[in-house]
Design a protein around this ligand. Structure first.
Ligand code: ITT
Length: 207
């Protein structure tokens, strides 16, 4: 591979909302991002109790199956009034393969009152290979309030119920670039890109 050709990297997610946001936020890296679905790779089981360990597991699995470097995102909504739930169970809060609508309904049913403070967390991991002993890791949070009436149809997951107080809008009312400027995932992507820029082996086009 010439030094200038983009590096092929597998994105270890099956969530189309994440693919859209990661693709936009990581566009500055000279990577050709391929999803694990495109490569016929099944999702890794999420068996750990932290976002970090789950992200490492997903990236390791995708790197092993594809033979390519991998980026994984493990993320979720943390609500202090619910003892941190749904947390790492955010995607399956209302059950395995639950829809976003079912997860949101369960969230509102469990909350003692609204608006309720909450944050999204995103942990991103980049592995050069499944046995990479020095993963690049970036993690970030986005604070807001859970409200009972949904607003907006953009984004995914809990976005329509996640109010960003400084904007008076929910995450579901934000365009991808606007959300990435503020969000847990957007911030983690910028941190990951910075950390990668310090790694001379990784091709980065700096603005
Ligand atoms: P992959 O494991 O295939 O990446 P997933 O959706 O199962 O997809 P996670 O286990 O990391 O991924 O769970 C993330 C869940 O957290 C996601 O399905 C949403 O319910 C919620 N979530 C994470 N980031 C979010 C965001 O930006 N907006 C709304 N909800 C979000």
């Amino acid at each position: 591979m010439s030094e200038r050709s983009p590096r092929r990297v597998v994105v270890a997610t099956g969530n189309p909302g994440k693919v859209k946001e990661l693709g936009a936020a990581l566009a500055g890296l000279r990577f050709e991002l391929l999803t694990q679905g495109e490569l016929g790779i099944e999702a890794a089981p999420e068996t750990s109790c932290t976002f970090l360990e789950n992200a490492l597991g997903k990236a390791r699995h995708a790197a092993r199956e594809s033979g390519l470097p991998a980026i994984a995102d493990d993320s979720g909504l943390v609500v202090p009034a619910l003892g941190g739930a749904p947390g790492i169970h955010s995607a399956r809060y209302a059950g395995t393969n639950a829809s976003d609508a079912a997860n949101n309904a369960k969230l509102l049913g469990e909350l003692p009152s609204t608006p309720s403070p909450a944050h999204f967390t995103c942990c991103l991991v980049y592995l050069q290979s499944p046995r990479d002993p020095a993963p690049i890791i970036a993690t970030a949070r986005w604070h807001g309030l859970i409200i009972d009436s949904p607003r907006g149809t953009n984004g995914f997951g809990y976005d329509p119920h996640f109010l960003v107080p400084t904007l008076g809008k929910t995450a579901g009312q934000l365009a991808v670039d606007e959300k990435n400027r503020l969000s847990h995932r957007g911030k983690a992507c910028r941190m990951l890109a910075e950390l990668m820029a310090d790694d001379c082996d990784i091709p980065i086009s700096r603005p």
